[in-house]
Ligand binder design. Structure first.
Ligand code: 5GP
Ligand code: ZN
Length: 148
């Protein structure tokens, strides 16, 4: 029996028919792929935020980090490490932002888990730091008590 899930979520591991990244993994849509291992591929983002902006995409479809198995998530991040190494050795990138948008509200446009690796250089003008906001102690403690 396949695992229950929404249409967008897909059954873990099975290609989702309308998913662009499943098609790129399968090779039915072309990509500028330069990395592949047993679990992930790495290819250039079609609209790069910076030269070398790469997406690391698991071969098996899942949407959110919490939908993946520990093994799928471990292997995804081993791929991230190896791709970042390639960007450093081949392009000389020494600074990166590694971003994972999770859910529509967080800006996830493609519902197949993927990790952005965005090379950074001094003065590139990009801002990806979250804002510093103040929160009162009782509110912080209430959140903490829910999490423990
Ligand atoms: P998200 O907003 O879901 O985190 O990021 C999706 C990323 O996928 C975007 O940066 C977008 O430019 C990239 N993208 C969307 N469609 C394609 C495609 O067909 N090929 C490639 N290489 N990148 C894509
Ligand atoms: Zn997919």
């Amino acid at each position: 029996m396949p695992r229950k899930g929404t249409e967008n979520e897909g059954d873990r591991g099975n290609p989702v028919p309308d998913c662009i990244f499943c098609k790129i993994v399968a090779g039915t849509i072309p990509s500028r792929k330069f990395y592949e291992d047993d679990a992930v591929i790495g290819f250039l983002d079609i609209n790069p935020a910076a030269p070398g902006h790469t997406l690391v995409v698991p071969k098996q479809h899942f949407k959110l980090i919490v939908d993946g198995t520990e093994e799928q998530v471990q292997k995804a991040f081993i791929g991230v490490r190896n791709v970042a190494g390639r960007l450093r050795s081949k392009l000389g990138c020494n600074a990166f932002n590694i971003l994972v948008n999770q859910g529509r509200e967080a800006g996830q446009a493609i519902e197949h888990f993927h990790v952005h690796i965005i090379p950074r250089v001094e003065g590139d003008g990009m801002r990806v730091n979250p804002p510093d906001r103040k929160m009162k102690d009782p509110e912080m403690d209430q959140i903490l008590s829910k999490l423990r």
